[in-house]
Ligand binder design. Structure first.
Ligand code: GKE
Length: 336
């Protein structure tokens, strides 16, 4: 367990970053938390932390400032979202390369002891994800390179940047490829939300408004595996403390179709089966995706624990509480 360290968490106002701050707060660690977002949009915000609101880490001067006297850096920051966002904002997504690059340069100058980069399953070659049910993606499947356009290219490039900083300058790096992380204190409206949160919101709304239909992007047969946030944080910290410096999957191999996930959410919310209006012109991404966990089991002895139905229950409950508070407005976390 990491203790007595000075830790910089970039992207701390976001979903995974916020949970990581909470987890690392104990054990006499001192946390420096940074996010581009203003204070009111942070999902989690702790007083005992040195918080830097509205700080743009695409600027190297900011990176230099906050990496001074730091032991460990977690880069959880990028301009991101679900399919609806990344498919329509490729240039925005690619500019996150500046965050990782400027942070690495600053970490080298300030002699940081270890650097973590949050990569994504979007780094994997698209041609290996064209069937509904696929074998889980192995780490080698990222090459030959043909990742998700925009967002995935940024992740793959930044992974390599980490690798070369390790090879050329001796910086200790750890790289996780996250597979669709979900849970409370994440985006559920406004356009950046991923499928689990979006579908919880849609089912909640249908129930509340006594409607019998929901809109689903694609034909609902596309598959994914989803990882609950608590498992994500455990896997991340295990990786961080390990000796393994290549990219590794942090994901679940419980592969489900979007239709199956909707059925689980209907069960959780005790909603009768909703009619699904399939919107085939909406962003769909790859046809099938799941995580192969052989390597992560071998090198970290880690595996996900939370089944989708259990994680979705906690997520649905949190989203429905938030939505009950906000009425018909956008969530208080959403910068419209
Ligand atoms: N967002 C969203 N909202 N997706 C929907 C919806 C909806 O209302 N209805 C159906 N879907 C479908 C999408 O069309 C897509 O086929 C699937 O659910 C998953 O969408 P997603 O959760 O937005 O994103 P992806 O898994 O395709 O991609 C995400 O992958 C992660 C890594 O595994 C990326 O957006 C990144 O957020 C992330 O790196």
């Amino acid at each position: 367990m990491i203790k007595n360290k000075k830790i910089l968490i970039v992207g701390a106002g976001g979903f995974i970053g916020g949970h990581l701050v909470k987890r690392l707060l104990n054990n006499n660690n001192f946390i420096v938390a940074v996010d581009l977002k203003p204070k009111e949009y942070w999902f989690q915000d702790y007083e005992s932390v040195e918080n830097h609101y509205s700080l743009d880490m695409k600027e190297i001067s900011n990176c230099r400032k906050v990496t001074k006297d730091i032991d460990y850096v977690f880069n959880m920051a990028c301009n991101m979202g679900g399919m609806g966002f990344i498919e329509n904002n490729k240039a925005e997504c690619m500019q996150s390369v500046l965050i990782n690059t400027n942070l690495l340069i600053s970490c080298k100058e300030n002699k940081i002891k270890r650097y973590f980069f949050s990569s994504s399953a979007c780094a994997y070659n698209k041609s290996k994800q064209q069937e509904v049910f696929i074998e889980g993606l192995k780490e080698d499947d990222a090459y030959p390179a043909d990742p998700e356009d925009g967002y995935g290219w940024e992740k793959l490039f930044s992974e390599r940047m980490c690798r070369h900083f390790m090879e050329d300058y001796g910086i200790s790096v750890r790289v996780a490829r996250y597979h669709n992380i979900y849970g409370p204190y994440g985006t559920f409206d406004g356009g950046r939300e991923k499928a689990p949160a979006a579908l919880c919101r849609k089912v909640f709304n249908a129930r509340k408004n006594n409607e019998s239909k929901i809109e689903v992007w694609g034909d609902g047969m596309q598959t994914r595996s989803f990882l609950y946030i608590d498992d994500c944080i455990e896997g991340t910290l295990k990786l961080f403390e390990s000796n393994y410096s290549e990219p590794v999957n942090i994901g679940s191999d419980e592969q489900v179709s979007i239709n199956q996930m909707i059925e689980i959410i209907e069960d959780i919310s005790q909603t009768k089966k909703l009619e699904r209006i399939y919107k085939l012109d909406k962003p769909k991404g790859v046809r099938g995706r799941s995580s192969n966990n052989d390597l992560v089991k071998k090198v970290l002895n880690w595996s996900f624990k939370v089944q989708l139905k259990d994680g979705l229950k906690k997520t649905y409950n949190w989203i429905s509480e938030e939505m009950s508070k906000q009425g018909s407005n956008l969530s208080r976390f959403t910068k419209s």
